[in-house]
Design a protein around this ligand. Structure first.
Ligand SMILES: NC(=O)c1ccc[n+]([C@@H]2O[C@H](COP(=O)([O-])OP(=O)(O)OC[C@H]3O[C@@H](n4cnc5c(N)ncnc54)[C@H](O)[C@@H]3O)[C@@H](O)[C@H]2O)c1
Length: 503
């Protein structure tokens, strides 16, 4: 794309990042803010960040001075008259944004594109009062803008394809990935990101595991950069609780997005997270206080262990437990400890279905690689002696163990199946293309895999089994599988397979 003249209205946290991104991509940038002094400060900030590239040898002094010539702080909105595109990043208030878009239409040419960086408003609502809604779209960046290499181009119902194209090319010209999404609650990234929070909170609500266990299993055992409780503490529960409530309301109380009743009392008590010194964790300044850890019990001797022959990780578990000194037995009735590995089922039902004595049964999550972390789940009746023996055996080689109460799908299975199912439903609803869903989640949420490809890695049939197990046990419609998933599993094809009429 040839350099264009770009206006940025709103010179706060997002506006200054947007100025930096497009200035360093070689566009002419005009920045305006209603607060006196805010625009020059943002331009100074953006140029300061770009200037670091000169110090680090990534940018020549000549290129930097060309960029500097191209960036202007404007004292009035009328100075945006020659802009080809204007990106709005002002306060998140529908009326204020509507008024701004009307005012902008009076300033720019009829051909100029107007884009809003809104996170939660409906773009059609912002465009409603405009004379030319076809040139209005959403352009949703993530914080910090230069580092988060994805932007959502939101095509509202009246947005023209040409407007979408212009914004996609603009985003690509700055080296970011543009993903196109429908004007639906949470757009793509915040919609796809619901599963981690809702299921994490549900696991806590059911007393399955502590916030630290949930976070550790997901971070160390599954590959998330942060677990849901760490993320909530970072963002602040005051902010996150509003997003959770707003998406649930906007989706007409879709059970998949039902917020947890654990949240409101914590917000009322001021347990917002890092910013108030206490959230799901306690903090000393910026440092998280380590939660108390229990010492691993002594390794038992002379123990016979039976492992369910149908367990998907049977051989790895057998090697691990034998290496820790356990004798492997073939007869569950005479074993001191029985180990099962359900997919989508809990330990108690699995014990009952296999005719085992539940006091001697534990379950180990087959989804979490044994080399990374082990989730040890108890039946409702597992004895303390059996729990401690299993814990010591599983921890003997130094790999950490999380001990949790009974739950269909442990921690990892529940959370991943929920994430895959929500992504499948985003695809089913045509909110975005499969490729855009995958890239947006990797780049916008930092997940190690796109959600549908992740479902394929685990196995679509397994994901379905987990969801059906959770739905059968809890009766909660939040776990009902998306038709997208059900059909692709029935046909034995990848979850990335697009709808035939759209392919
Ligand atoms: N902060 C984030 O992490 C984030 C991420 C994605 C999207 N967003 C969205 O981006 C937008 C801006 O967020 P922010 O965090 O940068 O806000 P901010 O409060 O840091 O900055 C907003 C700026 O807009 C200016 N402003 C307010 N009303 C104005 C008007 N009528 N005309 C001109 N300037 C005006 C303010 O003076 C302020 O400088 C919001 O819509 C927000 O929802 C924020």
């Amino acid at each position: 794309m040839k350099p264009i003249t770009l206006g940025v209205v709103g010179a706060g946290a997002m506006g200054r990042g947007i100025v930096q991104l497009f200035a360093q991509a070689g566009h002419r940038v005009r920045c305006f803010d209603a607060a006196p002094g805010a625009a020059p400060k943002a331009v100074e900030f953006a140029l300061g960040m770009i200037g670091r590239g000169v110090e680090k040898g990534r940018l020549t002094a000549g290129s930097f001075s060309a960029i500097r010539e191209n960036v202007l702080a404007c004292p009035q909105m009328a100075d945006l008259a020659d802009c080809d595109v204007v990106i709005e990043a002002i306060v998140e208030d529908l009326e204020v944004k509507r008024q701004l878009f009307c005012a902008l239409e009076a300033v720019v040419a009829d051909t100029a594109v107007l884009a809003s960086n809104t996170s939660s408003l409906t773009v059609a609502d912002i465009a409603a009062a405009c004379r030319h809604p076809a040139r209005v779209a959403g352009l949703h960046f993530f914080n910090p803008v230069p580092l988060m290499k994805v932007a959502e181009v939101i095509a509202a119902l009246r947005t023209s394809p040409a407007t979408v194209d212009t914004l996609c090319h603009l985003v690509s010209s700055a080296g970011h990935r543009a993903v196109v999404t429908a004007d639906q609650p949470g757009f793509l990234v915040n919609h796809a990101g619901r599963g981690l929070y809702t299921e994490g909170l549900r696991i806590l609500e059911e007393q399955v595991a502590s916030p630290a266990d949930v976070d550790e299993v997901l971070r160390e055992g599954v590959g998330f950069r942060m677990g849901p409780f760490e993320l909530l503490d970072l963002t602040g529960l005051d902010v996150s609780s509003k997003v959770m409530a707003s998406i649930y309301e906007q989706f007409q109380h879709e059970p998949r997005f039902r917020p947890s009743s654990l949240v409101a009392p914590r917000v009322a008590a001021g347990l917002f997270g890092r910013k108030t010194g206490e959230g799901w964790y306690a903090y000393d300044g910026d440092t998280r206080r380590a939660p108390p850890s229990r010492p691993v019990p002594p390794l038992p001797t002379g123990l016979t262990v039976w492992i369910d022959p149908g367990a998907s990780g049977h051989d790895g578990l057998a090697a691990l437990l034998a290496g820790a000194g356990a004798a492997l037995g073939q007869d569950a009735a005479h074993a001191d400890l029985c180990v099962v590995q359900p997919w989508g089922g809990d330990a108690s039902h699995t014990a009952a279905a296999l005719g085992l004595d539940a006091t001697r049964v534990v379950a180990v999550d087959p989804l979490v690689p044994l080399a990374l972390r082990r989730t040890l789940m108890l039946t409702a009746l597992t004895s303390t002696t059996v729990r401690d023996a299993a814990w010591a055996l599983l921890a003997a080689d130094g790999v950490p163990v999380s001990i949790i109460n009974d739950s269909p799908g442990f921690i990892a299975q529940r959370v991943l199946a929920t994430i895959v199912n929500i992504a499948a439903q985003i695809a089913q609803r045509g909110i975005a293309s499969v490729a855009d869903i995958e890239d947006a989640v990797k780049l916008g949420l930092g997940y190690p895999h796109g959600p549908l490809a992740w479902g394929d890695r685990i196995g679509g049939a397994r994901i379905l089994q987990i969801l059906q197990g959770m739905q059968a046990e809890t009766g909660d419609p939040r776990y009902r599988p998306s038709p997208w998933l059900v059909r692709r599993v029935a046909l034995g094809v990848s979850l990335l397979t697009p709808e035939a009429a759209r392919a």
